[in-house]
Unconditional design. Structure first.
Length: 436
RNA sequence: GGCCCUAUCGUCUAACGGUUAGGACAUCACGUUUUCAAUGUGAGAAUCGGGGUUCGAUUCCCCGUAGGGUCACCA
């Protein structure tokens, strides 16, 4: 359609932590540019001196770098005041804007610069939504700057998109209402009109726009919770877009290759954290031992020496590393404390259990602890003979002290012979006390 | 309220006029299992309502209804 070089941009304002919804917008913008061999711009919209904060700009930059969204150009609007000044003057000179005397009230100045609204109908063709027509009369003569040195959003956006030759404005649907007035300014300034693609909103479970009041919404919170960036990207890409095939797992490269604005949904999509967890689990399963151990160490305290054997078990029941915090893992570090009676399986009794424990100790003293399987094979015949639950439950309980835990063979393998025997002996001693 | 947008399982979605309306997440059941988890198999679950157009509408049009966005000297 357009023969212009493809240039997209993400233009966040540093007035809060970078949001997952914004991250999704940035991702789409990035994917589209890269798919077409174009450029992607990150532009910090910090004209509001009161609300803009350096730490939020830093948060935006960190967010981009975590996700691996590399931008080809970086701008900061606060450094472009002269440029805006020129254009405001141009508008003033051409009669498209004027200095307006206002009633100076609290927080408002007595003089602002307003755009002279021609009161026409503006029609634009949104790539996702189709044709949209709005009568700009309702907009009135809107304010574009407080004074020549203090430009406001609509003016700066138009000037920058024009000067930076942005070809496709890909932004959230909440900006639809802004589009007509920006087109008005754009035409007054003589810039080439870009193409628009307003992408659907990311919604909270209550179907309203996702915001701070809906729990974790800052992108980097997800990093802190131990989610993988691949999972977050994959998940975010699937809110409002899908490839039309049944493939669900996509790398960034594959997304770049497959992405198209035509397949973007019109309506908003709920941020379904359970699906994110599922994506994360898929990526977790594909991670290297080193990466996994690193993640585990970050969120849980498990003795270094058993990690080498315990890691596959530790990630079995989690979706993301922070889930480890909800697991009871203290038994890995020290001898578990438990009620002696809990050692006894269903219909078994303390006398039998005591004997099982004793036999288990002698069997395991001769056992091979090379693998889970070798432990299992040494114990299993005995367990079969006496009753699986009767033998295996006390063995597992002696090792973990928990009614829910990994199986006894795995536990024994993780702990090794010495620690395993030690725990079984402790259990034997406990049960001996109530038997005698 | 004005303006604008949207509408398929609970959720993310497929279908580009003709399908037993497909998949995924979640849920449930069953199998496996000493427990939990994992895993395997299977099940339930949707076209907002009403009119058209058409031989035929999830699909196209209109009207309702519902939901959302936006109405700053913020971005």
């Amino acid at each position: 359609m357009s023969e212009r070089k493809i240039i997209t941009r993400m233009a966040p304002s540093p007035t809060g932590k970078f949001h997952v919804g914004s991250a999704r917008t940035a991702l789409f913008s990035y994917l589209f540019a890269k798919k077409h061999g174009g450029e992607f711009i990150l532009r910090i919209e910090d004209t509001d001196k009161e609300r803009s904060k350096p730490e939020f700009e830093e948060n935006i930059i960190d967010s981009f770098s975590w996700l691996g969204l590399k931008y080809d150009h970086f701008y900061r609007q606060s450094e472009r005041t002269e440029i805006y000044k020129e254009h405001i003057q141009k508008l003033l000179d051409s009669g498209n804007a004027y200095i307006s005397k206002e009633e100076a009230t609290e927080g408002k100045r007595g003089e602002v610069i307003r755009f002279k609204n021609p009161n026409i109908k503006i029609k634009f063709n949104d790539i996702i939504l189709g044709e949209i027509e709005v009568d700009t009369t309702d907009l009135g003569d809107f304010v574009i700057a407080k004074d020549v040195d203090t430009p406001l959003y609509h003016l700066t956006v138009v000037v920058d998109d024009g000067l930076m030759e942005v070809s496709h404005i890909i932004r959230a649907q909440e900006h639809i209402a802004n589009t007509p007035r920006q087109i008005l300014i754009m035409e007054a300034l003589g810039f080439t009109r870009p193409l628009y693609a307003h992408i659907p909103l990311v919604l909270a479970p209550d179907k309203t726009k996702l915001s701070k009041r809906h729990g974790a919404t800052a992108l980097l919170d997800f990093k802190d919770m131990g989610y993988f960036k691949e999972a977050v990207i994959n998940f975010l890409a699937f809110i409002g877009w899908n490839p039309g095939t049944e493939k669900e797992l996509f790398t960034m490269e594959e997304l770049i290759h497959e992405f198209s604005l035509e397949k973007v949904q019109k309506g908003g999509g709920v941020f379904n954290i359970e699906k994110l967890d599922w994506f994360n689990k898929q990526y977790l399963l594909g991670k290297s031992k080193e990466e996994i151990i690193l993640g585990i160490k970050h969120f849980a305290e498990v003795p270094e020496d058993i990690l080498d054997r315990a890691w596959p078990t530790l990630i079995e029941r989690i979706h993301k590393f922070s889930d480890l915090k909800n697991e009871n893992l203290t038994f890995y570090n020290s001898l578990p404390s438990y009620e002696t009676r809990d050692l006894i399986w269903k219909n078994s009794d303390e006398y039998q259990t005591k004997n099982y424990l004793k036999d288990l100790i002698s069997i395991l003293e001769k056992a091979n602890f090379e693998s889970v399987e070798s432990v299992k094979s040494s114990v299993f015949d005995y367990a079969e003979e006496k009753g699986r639950g009767d033998v295996l439950w006390p063995m597992r309980f002696a090792l973990s002290g928990l009614s829910k835990s990994p199986d006894p063979f795995t536990l024994a393998y993780i702990f090794g012979k010495i620690e395993t025997i030690k725990r079984l002996e402790a259990a034997y001693k406990k049960i001996s006390e109530i038997v005698s």
